[in-house]
Design a protein around this ligand. Sequence first.
Ligand code: GLU
Length: 304
Amino acid sequence: MDNLQGILTEIVQEMGAREARGTVANYIPELAAVDPTKFGIAVALPDGRVLSSGDTDDVFSIQSISKVFTLAIALGRLGDQLWARVGREPSGQAFNSILQLEHEQGRPRNPFINAGAIAVTDAILAGHVPKVVLGEILHFVRTAAEDDDIHINKSVARSETETGHRNFALAHFMRAHGRLFNSPELTLGTYFHQCAIEMTCEQLARAGRFLTNAPGVPRMVSPDRVRRINAIMMTCGHYDASGDFAYRVGLPGKSGVGGGILCVVPGKASIAVWSPGLNAQGNSQLGTEAIEMLARQMGWSVFA
Ligand code: GLU
């Protein structure tokens, strides 16, 4: 652990020199305006230390990384009944694909593709108003990070509400199959706001500590459930590049189109990286390369 700070500094230098940085998500207008040269990385350790380097004071849109937190909340509330609504198999399809949903009668493959995450949000919305559920999601994230200064960027949520036609298509399709219990407007209004939560790399790394099951970290869900969430992160956390991420990095992770990745080293560390440029599969290009470099240098992998 002694050389971790040096490795993070080296990663920031190395990534700063790389020319191929991917493309910033432009289907959400508000995200298209983010500076593509930004790069930050942070590692939270069980002893409470957080080491970081790069643009670590900037907040970024966590987008699909929020799906890890809503999955934890939904499993806490519904237990295994959640799996009646959404599967837990990798999709092998793009994050916003409609194709598979039609083949499989409106039951999404897993909780991390858009359709599955919309179904999870719909499940935790049952019997509540969006404001209360969003309050609960924020409370969960703030408690996990031990930091109350975490908020939702309303402009990003509005921007996606105005342009999220594919997500509306997914929600309406599930509703047509009787698989969405609230109106698409209500469920997506909540979903777009959860995606618009903003955090710094340090806040996100801290919020991910509960997924390490290490002694002394905030205990948000049972250790058994943490293992299962990690399994889904490993198999489904990077959409149709999940196999490649497992091969290259060997750690459970979840990406978001804001350019963030949350990655878990069970028992050892929670990593957050942010670089806004995305690769063809919608995952942070340099973020993936940075975590690959960090994991290799630290000897971190779940595969021993
Ligand atoms: N809010 C984004 C969407 O629904 C999340 C996608 C992602 O981060 O991968 O399209």
